[in-house]
Design a protein around this ligand. Structure first.
Ligand SMILES: Nc1ncnc2c1ncn2[C@@H]1O[C@H](COP(=O)(O)OP(=O)(O)O)[C@@H](O)[C@H]1O
Ligand SMILES: [Mg+2]
Length: 313
């Protein structure tokens, strides 16, 4: 397998007088993928990004990017990394073009005004190129942050909560921009506490909580492996007792006996196959039904279930 573009081992961060924000994190990022780091507020997402981008000094562990050990050889690796921060920290009185031009030079890259123009156009910032940043809408300010992060043509791009607080339309637009970057070969790590965002964008998902990575997997595999199927079956007549042939399935009845609720089946559509068997068993048992509503769990259900489980442990 190809060497990971980013390789993190045993990464720990304890803030002064603060909590352990990262607790022995191991993570490998593959070249060209979109990786979503999904976790609630305070999970350690921004700290993790900060450690890779040189904004947070790790308490322990190692980070290799592009084969360079960041603790020894930071600058050459950092020049190939872009960061779209969670918070807007840009000089508000600067114009868009000047701010982006400044970012281009930060890591020793020669000036390339044509490239700046291209970036501004691709992010629909061209008309605003001479506006002061403070005069822009929230959505436009976010685009400026992306333009600044792209100005030195990074191969690895971090987006820290790229769509927190933006409206639905801009979120969709942002997702398109991110997909376009991936098409161009940029490796993307985004953090989010929106499950929908991970479900929509990511090739792989890492779930983080309390500074620990709970799980990393292909998004599809995660959904298949941990996903469950729920089927609500409306019965033609109330059922007082569940016959043994039906009780063999993971089912329960509603209190009025008019509904049979199935929950089960992990992975590979197993739940749906079992629901089909269940309906055959109902027919054999002479139990009539009027409708079936089947629903497969989403990443959201998995996420909530996983965090709940850890909470209880
Ligand atoms: N500069 C800091 N000093 C002290 N504690 C911090 C600092 N930055 C973050 N923390 C704490 O570290 C934990 C992780 O924070 P953070 O990485 O920002 O999480 P996330 O980005 O997932 O919301 C939180 O408990 C937060 O309060
Ligand atoms: Mg954060």
């Amino acid at each position: 397998m190809q060497e990971p573009i980013l390789s993190i081992r045993g990464l720990t961060k304890t803030y002064k007088n603060g909590p352990r924000a990262l607790d022995s994190v191991d993570l490998d990022i593959r070249r060209g993928e979109i990786f979503a780091l999904l976790g609630p507020n305070g999970a350690g997402k921004t700290t993790l990004i900060g450690a890779v981008c040189g904004l947070v000094r790790p308490t322990g562990g190692t980070i290799h990017a592009f084969g360079h050990d960041l603790s020894r050889d930071w600058r050459s690796a950092r020049a190939r990394i872009g960061l779209v921060p969670q918070e807007l920290s840009t000089d508000m009185f600067e114009t868009v073009r000047r701010a982006v031009t400044y970012s281009q030079g930060l890591f020793g890259k020669p000036r390339d005004p044509a490239r700046i123009d291209e970036i501004l156009r691709s992010l629909s910032l061209w008309d605003k190129r001479d506006s002061q940043i403070r005069a822009l809408s929230g959505g436009m300010k976010r685009r400026v942050l992306i333009a600044k992060a792209l100005a030195h043509d990074p191969e690895l791009l971090f987006l820290d909560e790229p769509t927190a607080g933006v409206d639905v339309e801009l979120r969709k637009d942002m997702w398109q921009q991110i997909a376009a970057l991936k098409e161009r070969g940029v490796t993307i790590i985004l953090t989010t506490h929106y499950i929908e965002e991970a479900e929509e964008m990511a090739d792989r998902v890492g779930i983080i909580r309390g500074g620990r990575i709970l799980m990393v997997d292909e998004k599809r595999a995660m959904m298949e492996r941990l996903g469950t199927t729920e089927a609500v079956i409306d019965l033609a007549a109330p059922l007082s007792d569940i016959p043994p042939a039906i009780a063999a399935f993971p089912v329960e009845t509603s209190t009025d006996g008019l509904r049979l609720i199935y929950r089960g089946g992990n992975g590979q559509g197993g739940g749906r196959a079992q629901v089909a068997q269940l309906t055959q068993a109902l027919t054999r048992a002479g139990i009539g039904y009027t409708s079936i509503d089947i629903h497969d769990s989403s990443l959201e259900d998995i996420f909530v279930g996983l965090l709940g489980e850890k909470e209880a442990a």
